[in-house]
Design a protein around this ligand. Sequence first.
Ligand code: TRP
Length: 364
Amino acid sequence: MSKIILTGDRPTGRLHLGHYVGSLRRRVELQDSGEFDKIFIMIADAQALTDNADNPEKVRQNIIEVALDYLSCGLDPEKTNIFIQSQIPQLTELTFYYMNLVTVSRLQRNPTVKAEIQMRNFEASIPVGFFTYPISQAADITAFKATTVPVGEDQEPMLEQAREIVRKFNAVYGETLVEPDILLPDNKACLRLPGTDGKAKMSKSLGNCIYLSDTPEEVREKVMSMYTDPDHIRVNDPGKIEGNCVFTYLDAFSTPEDFAEFLPEYASLDELKEHYRRGGLGDVKVKKFLNNVLNRQLEPIRARRHEYEQDIPAVYRILQKGTAAAYEAAEQTLKEVKAAMRINYFDDAELIRVQSEKYQAGRD
Ligand code: TRP
């Protein structure tokens, strides 16, 4: 069986370090591994509209931002199809059929939907489109026969629901769809990168993000004002690593080369942590190191972004080409789905023959 990747992001803002360690960095590695037959990366504008219905302009403006972020991280349009969800009508069609296989109570139990309903104050009146987006996400995945879905931990319930839909579909209509596997980040710090304020998650609405497109100056400012250990007041005080997001970021980003280049007096992150715990290591020194670590990873990303920004029409052409490839793949799956569901009337010569014989027989 071929190995196929599908994943994506809602275009509601520029992408940040949480996206990067949670999924983007991995996607580029997977792309370059050569292990996959096809890779589809989707800009999920239709999904973004499920909770931004009154703000389509925001979604429209952010499509190019997300595309630039993708390309600047190293997604290569020669190897990866980057496409726009709303331009693939087959996805909406699949969603409509999958809706018959999912109950309202199952959607209500989806932990991600639950949390998001609360976050958006949708409790009193939930838009139907928003409520059903896990079903549309199952359509996104299955339309491409994806075997592998690299996403952050928060998407786990979505994948579980998609797998259930696949099993149900195949049980009812015959083996047609492929059950996808989730691929989570392997580094624990990357599962859910906290915001610079130490809050649970980096999120645009909390204003605690470092963006991939931030300038070196912006990154430095954000790092220097990051949340650390509030009880680590004097340099000599012992410090806490747990909940100290400077160290969480170092867990997610720092490499042995970073230590060799920027902080050769420590052999490893463990040694640095040990010194901090003991006392005698100041926050400023650790933050300066983190700033160097981040900028070393962000520098090539910034440079590539700058290049793509010089030719925006070319970026739209990349999206158009990726979208055309995605359309073809989704169309093929939809054909198979409709055949399995017995709603392929005009493609089915057998159906027409049998019906015609039935009436012929009646007449004789
Ligand atoms: N829900 C994802 C997010 O918020 C975006 C998304 C839409 C997605 N469809 C998908 C991710 C299918 C993986 C597979 O970022």
